[in-house]
Each structure stands twice: as C-alpha cells, then as structure tokens.
Design a protein around this ligand. Structure first.
Ligand code: OAD
Length: 270
C-alpha cells in the first residue's frame, strides 16, 4: 500500500473508532525541541544508561563526575523547561472533539496537558511534580521554576566546587527539605510504574478499538506491551514514526507532519 492509501485506511479506522488510545513516546515531543532517547543525538547516546538512568547511577555520578551529572540534568531539563506543544500535541488534543480519546504517554514534559488533552496517563511520571520517596506530591512546579533550576545548573557546569553547587542548584527539585527527602516524580530504570496510571492505561488499551502509537521505539517494558494488549482485544494499531514500523498500518513521517494530516483525513479538521 502506498502512503496515501495507508493514510486513508488509518483515517477510516480513526473515524469509526468507539474509543481511541493515543500512546506517545519521546518522538511526539521531538519537534518541540526535546531530544529523544535512542535516536542519533538522543539522551542515551550522550549519557550512558548505566550512569544516568537509575537513581543509584545518578548518586554515583554525583560523587564521581558531578560536572557530567550537571551536564545531564541540564540536557534533560533545559529543553523541557522551554518546550511548547507542537502541531502533533495540538492535533491529539483536538481528537477529543470527535469521540472518546485516552492519551497514554511515556513523556514527562506535560505537553499533552498544555495542548489541552483531558485524560492523560503519565506512565513515567512528570518533571513538573516533586514527590516524597513514597510518591506523595509535595509541590507542583510551574515552567518558570524549571527554567530557574536549568539556569542555575548552567552556571555549575563551568564553575568550581561542582558537587556542592549542583546540590544547591537542584534543591527546589531534589534534596532534603523541611518536609523530608524530595525528588522529581520521574520513573527511572528499576522503578515501578505509578500503579494508577498503569492500570488505567491497561484498561484503556484493552477497551479501545483503535490505538495510535506516536514516536515510540517500543523498547521499554511494560509500556511497550500496550499496543499488543490493544491488538489482543481486537483494536487496530496505527504507527506514526519516521523509522519504527510495527503496527497494522505505518504512517511514515514525523508526528507534527502526520497527525494533522490524519485528523484532516478523518474529520476534515487538520
Ligand atoms: P526512544 O528514543 O526510544 O524512541 C523515540 C522514537 O521516536 C523512535 O522510534 C524514533 O524513530 C521516533 N521519532 C523520532 N523523531 C520523531 C518525530 N519527529 N516524530 C515521530 N517520531 C519520531 O523514546 P521512547 O520510545 O519514548 O524511559 O523511549 C521509551 C522510554 O525509554 C522513555 O520513556 C525513557 C527511556 O529510557 C525511562 O527513562 C524509564
């Protein structure tokens, strides 16, 4: 099938869907300026997973290579603090005008909510929430809070006494405060997924008639099981991604290009 036939078929599945799940990964935010993890130039190509993707690795990096950890935190935080929703986030939010839509995301950047999506299940948490080790939210951040932390970390990267200054810069989001230990509400490798978000995502995947996966490499479990769960329940699976082709139909291209086209083909309102 050529690209146009794929688009028309996917649009027909979307238009006739009783319940649509949009399952997103880092690729949906790439055009908002946030790097993905595994593409060339992605986070894990610059910062090894074993040093930066677990709390233990981060603690060790703080002691052994604090300046490098400052580089990592800055690389993650600065684009998130600056990012605005792109045409893909906005098209996903508009799908709700046409029927039941549930958004399930692996991203921690709050961009679906900023674009206006209602039901968003964040499987890997949110950088905008600060929690206790038990997961209780102690503070919700605004974008300018993250921007301020990013600016302060930027100064640590070139200065003296990097560990002490890094810890001082991070204290709005990580450290010990009057209410005990606090940290960003993000899931790293080895952490359990937030129970409620995961069970609601699983229920939605099992219930839906169409699942659109956008910008997901499908490499990280258990999130990567959702398309298979949807398929096992009889749903059609549409993949939007420039490289990754799994699913019943593949719309090859970027999220911000393809999603408005798909919405236009389904409802005439790209
Ligand atoms: P990855 O970096 O693994 O994959 C990004 C996907 O987005 C790839 O399939 C790319 O081809 C695709 N992509 C790149 N640019 C795109 C664009 N403009 N439009 C659409 N797609 C594009 O990111 P995730 O699959 O989200 O978890 O990674 C899953 C998890 O691995 C993350 O949540 C994070 C990471 O380690 C944890 O840290 C626990």
């Amino acid at each position: 099938m050529n690209t146009n036939e794929n688009l028309l078929l996917a649009a027909e599945w979307l238009r006739t869907s009783r319940h649509t799940v949009v399952f997103t990964g880092a690729g949906v935010s790439a055009e908002s300026g946030i790097p993905t993890f595994r593409d060339a130039g992605g986070f894990w190509s610059d910062f090894p997973i074993e040093q930066f993707a677990t709390w233990q690795g981060i603690a060790e990096s703080a002691v052994k290579r604090p300046r490098r950890l400052a580089d990592f935190v800055y690389a993650v935080l600065e684009p998130i603090a600056k990012a605005e929703p792109n045409a893909a986030h906005r098209a996903i939010a508009r799908l709700e005008q046409h029927g039941l839509v549930t958004v399930v995301t692996q991203n921690v950047d709050n961009l679906h909510q900023a674009a206006g999506s209602g039901a968003v299940h964040e499987l890997h948490g949110s950088f905008y929430e600060i929690v206790t080790p038990g997961g209780r939210i102690v503070r919700r951040l605004a974008r300018h809070d993250l921007q301020r932390v990013a600016e302060s970390i930027q100064r640590v990267r070139s200065g003296v006494a990097p560990l002490a200054r890094l810890l001082w810069s991070l204290r709005p989001i990580l450290g010990v405060g009057p209410r005990g230990f606090h940290r960003p509400n993000v899931v790293l490798f080895g952490d359990a997924l937030p129970e409620r978000a995961w069970s609601q995502a699983l229920d939605a995947a099992r219930d839906c008639s169409c699942l659109i996966q956008v910008g997901c490499s499908g490499t990280v479990l258990p999130a990567a099981m959702l398309p298979q769960e949807a398929k096992a329940g009889g749903a059609r699976v549409i993949t939007i991604d420039p490289h990754s082709s799994h699913g019943d139909v593949w719309l090859s291209g970027t999220a911000a290009d393809i999603l408005p086209q798909l919405a236009a083909a389904a409802y005439g309102d790209g």
